[in-house]
Design a binder for this molecule. Structure first.
Ligand SMILES: [Fe+2]
Ligand SMILES: [Fe+2]
Length: 145
């Protein structure tokens, strides 16, 4: 089993790639928008109930801020989900979502991860990865509407 921060980094790269593909390739948008919905919501949820839950006591301000950012990302995704693909507002909203996600992932990778490594032992970080994977799995079982 991998280290949870490696799993999160891999998710971030995967989600950045989906966003890039969505922006650049109109032919695959109908499928990729469903992948984005599933991957992004699974990622946010799994982070909240594993890494964030464990770090909240040690760094309440940073984790509170990160959870607010998750809320903003979920709101933007919900807006994007109801805009028809051909609508000009779709690309504008995708760009906004992409910027928001990019800033959030960077804040995690550069700000939260180094502090997580300070507060948690290596074995705790490995242990958390199991919950992270199973929570993502649970979310993936909900149908996309
Ligand atoms: Fe996050
Ligand atoms: Fe993340």
């Amino acid at each position: 089993m991998a280290h949870i921060l490696d799993l999160i980094r891999a998710d971030h790269d995967f989600i950045r790639n989906i966003l890039e593909e969505l922006a650049g390739n109109p032919d695959t948008r109908d499928i990729r928008r469903l992948t984005l919905h599933r991957e992004l919501l699974g990622h946010l949820h799994a982070e909240e109930v594993t890494l964030y839950a464990r770090l909240r006591g040690a760094m309440p301000e940073e984790i509170g801020q990160s959870i607010r950012e998750h809320g903003e990302i979920r709101d933007l995704l919900a807006r994007l989900d109801v805009i028809p693909l051909g609508d000009v507002a779709w690309m504008l909203t995708l760009t906004e979502l992409r910027d928001r996600i990019g800033a959030h992932f960077a804040a995690e990778e550069d700000g939260i991860f180094p502090r997580a490594e300070h507060h948690l032992s290596r074995s705790e970080l490995f242990e958390l990865s199991e919950g992270f994977e199973s929570e993502k799995q649970k979310m993936a079982e909900f149908p996309v509407v």
